[in-house]
Ligand binder design. Structure first.
Ligand code: FAD
Length: 402
């Protein structure tokens, strides 16, 4: 694998992490990253909660559980070595009822199986030792959960790639990959054809990953269905009401973690994100529609099956989409002193969530190798926490596998 020429499609945190890992493991390799935007990390990697997840929720033995734990260690180490801000602010997952308590116990058992460090259960009064303004009947406390800026980490990784001799080509949208005699050609939207052919290509195209994979001969499903998440910044005067991260117990039928209080590495306190279908894969303002993105999910039978099974959760989320007051009320169930806090809309994030044709959301990371091309087909949260471990896994296990 040394002395080879590698191309990475996508300059988000995963694509950049893979490029860096190749240069670390094979210093003589040539590495070129192709990114369609004019800067790196313009999509999910800079529109997220910024949480370094400790690995509480994930199915023991799955890729998420393994790569999140390893990734969290690697992110901490990377931040320390590169002078990137890292705040181990801790997190509580709070139950409000007996029914939620039993689901919380299941998460606690998973976190123990995943060997998450220092996790413990808190009773109602102990919750206030950690978060003085938070109420709940029971909570799971993860003191090692941290916050960072993944956009800042991605930019540092990009610098390292260039220092190690790698190339990052911006403003080049790849539409298709073709492979012949173990060499891969890259076809661009503007009909330019990169003169070099590559030995190996890793596609890390996030919200566009299903399209690039299908146009390159990989299987059509799972398809990406975009779910946006709105954040609100709370009034500066009230941000001290929350010390770190306060999360609800997730609804097992809906895979997103629920509206939570998130301290940001820049000191702001946000509430969010909710989760609702996005009328564009890259539509951050929420004001425009992308006809081809809408057509894609409306004509996908998986979307209709998902919708019919998830109506109650979708209606709950819709309430928070239609009304800022409902949004704040959802969060204030955990911190009642913030019931009337004023909030300002912050940017949205849009999740690249893979969905099977039977309507089920793909929970684990999906990474598929086809000849000399590897596609990341599903890397939702904790995909940023796991990015440096996903890179190790792709370079050391997936690409070397015939
Ligand atoms: C609302 C929200 C909250 C989240 N919170 C967290 C969190 O707290 N912690 C956590 O660990 N994870 C979180 N995540 C998940 C995390 O952000 C993602 O898993 C991670 O950023 C995925 O990185 P990526 O590089 O795979 O994708 P992206 O960051 O989306 O990058 C893909 C890149 O590929 C480029 N690209 C796409 N198609 C092409 C093409 N055809 N040619 C060239 N370039 C192309 C895009 O322009 C983009 O730059 C969150 C995600 C969202 C949306």
């Amino acid at each position: 694998m040394t002395n080879k020429h590698y191309a990475i499609i996508g300059g988000g945190i995963n694509g950049l992490a893979v490029a860096r890992q190749i240069l670390l493991d094979f210093p003589d390799a040539k590495v070129t990253v192709f990114e369609k935007e004019n800067a790196v990390a313009q999509h999910q990697s800079s529109h997220n909660s910024g949480v370094v997840h400790a690995g509480l929720y994930y199915e023991p033995g799955g890729l998420k559980a393994r790569l999140c734990r390893r990734g969290a260690e690697l992110v901490q180490q990377f931040c320390a070595e590169n002078d990137v801000a890292y705040d181990e602010c801790g997190k509580v997952v709070v139950a409000l009822s007996k029914e939620e308590e039993s689901r919380l116990d299941t998460i606690f058992q998973k976190s123990l199986a995943n060997q998450v460090p220092d996790v413990r259960m808190l009773n109602a009064s102990e919750i206030q030792d950690v978060e003085p303004n938070c109420i709940g009947t029971k909570a799971l406390y993860s003191p090692r959960t941290a916050i960072v800026s993944y956009g800042a980490i991605a930019c540092k990784i990009a610098e390292e790639i260039k220092l190690k001799g790698g190339e990052i080509v911006l403003g080049q949208k790849v539409v298709r990959l073709t492979e012949k005699n173990n060499k891969v050609s890259i076809h661009f939207e503007n009909n330019e054809h990169y003169s070099t052919v590559f030995d190996y290509v890793v596609a890390c195209a996030g919200l566009q990953s299903d399209r690039l994979a299908a146009h390159s001969g990989d299987i059509e499903t799972p398809k990406i269905v975009p779910f946006f998440g709105q954040y609100y910044v709370i009034d500066e005067q009230f941000k001290s009401h929350v010390k770190g991260l306060i999360y609800p117990v997730p609804d097992p039928k809906y895979p997103f973690l629920g509206v939570h209080f998130t301290k940001r590495i820049d000191g702001q306190m946000t509430i969010g994100p909710n989760a609702f279908i996005s009328f564009g894969r890259e539509n951050y303002s929420g004001k425009k529609f992308n006809i081809s993105d809408i057509y894609d999910f409306l004509t996908y039978k998986g979307f209709w099956k998902f919708s019919s099974k998830n109506m109650p959760a979708a209606m709950r989320e819709l309430r928070t989409v239609l009304s800022q007051t409902n949004f704040v009320a959802e969060a204030a169930k955990y911190v009642p002193s913030l019931a009337n806090v004023s909030v300002t809309p912050a940017t949205r994030g849009i999740r690249a969530q893979a969905m099977e044709s039977d309507g089920s959301l793909v929970d684990d990371f999906v990474i598929r190798k086809q000849g000399n091309i590897t596609h990341i087909r599903n890397a939702p949260s904790p995909g940023a926490t796991s990015s440096l471990a996903i890179a190790e896994y792709i370079v050391r296990e997936v690409m070397t596998h015939d």
